[in-house]
Design a protein around this ligand. Structure first.
Ligand code: ZN
Length: 222
């Protein structure tokens, strides 16, 4: 089994690739994501390349190989199934589970993982609305708009929250913006950095900044 450090690098490189236009992660971004100095990141990425998990070129950066991608998706599967298990079965709040999953994702066996999956009825989403890769390592591709760019005055539902910070998730729980909740964007003002929303069946009105609105991904309600 690869070490927790290897898995963390692979996971972060995967996320950076997904977020980049050309599917590559620059070494600067990798170092920043892992919280290490660039020299440390370069040494590690060279080791990943030697292990066949990534390819590395000094000028362009790093790109996962097929094997590296498969490992990244397996770590994501572990992470997201653990989060779902902690919420569904153990009664954790969705704002608490990310940190627990960061630790557990590196240590649980495939056997335990598949038992969790079966117990949960093979869920396709974690508590934050993130898709869970299936046992074959396939991941549903989601393209959601956010509260910062979706059409106004049209009912949407919260699909996914792209920030797992405790304080942010607690805020969302407080105002009722959990995944599955109905929400309508009434107006936006970039000048005032404000998005005005109606939330839930009661249409409770609420204003938040553009930065927060960007992190809340939504789909139109049919
Ligand atoms: Zn998480």
């Amino acid at each position: 089994m690869p070490s927790a450090t290897v898995e963390d690098y692979i996971k972060h490189i995967y996320a950076l690739e997904e977020a980049s236009e050309n599917g590559e992660a620059s070494m600067g971004r990798v170092a920043e994501a892992l919280g290490v100095v660039p020299g440390t990141a370069t040494t590690m990425v060279k080791a990943l390349a030697e292990a066949g998990l990534a390819s590395y070129s000094p000028r362009v950066g790093v790109q996962l190989t097929q094997q590296g991608r498969a490992l990244a998706l397996h770590v994501l599967r572990r992470h997201r199934l653990i989060e779902q298990f902690l919420v569904e079965v153990l009664g954790f709040d969705w704002s608490e589970v990310h940190e627990e999953a960061e630790l557990l994702e590196h240590v649980i066996s495939d056997r335990l993982l598949e038992r969790i999956d079966r117990r949960l009825g093979h869920p396709t989403e974690d508590p934050h609305g993130d898709p869970i890769p299936n046992a074959e390592g396939e991941l549903r591709a989601d393209q959601f708009e956010s509260l910062a760019d979706c059409p106004t005055s049209i009912p949407h539902e919260v699909a996914r929250v792209s920030d797992q910070d405790n304080a942010f998730l607690n805020y969302l729980t407080e105002v009722g913006l959990n995944p599955g909740e109905r929400v309508v964007v009434n107006s936006r003002s970039s000048g005032a950095d404000a998005v005005t929303l109606s939330v839930g069946a009661s249409d409770k009105t609420l204003t938040m900044g553009m930065g927060a609105a960007q992190k809340i991904l939504v789909r139109p309600l049919a």
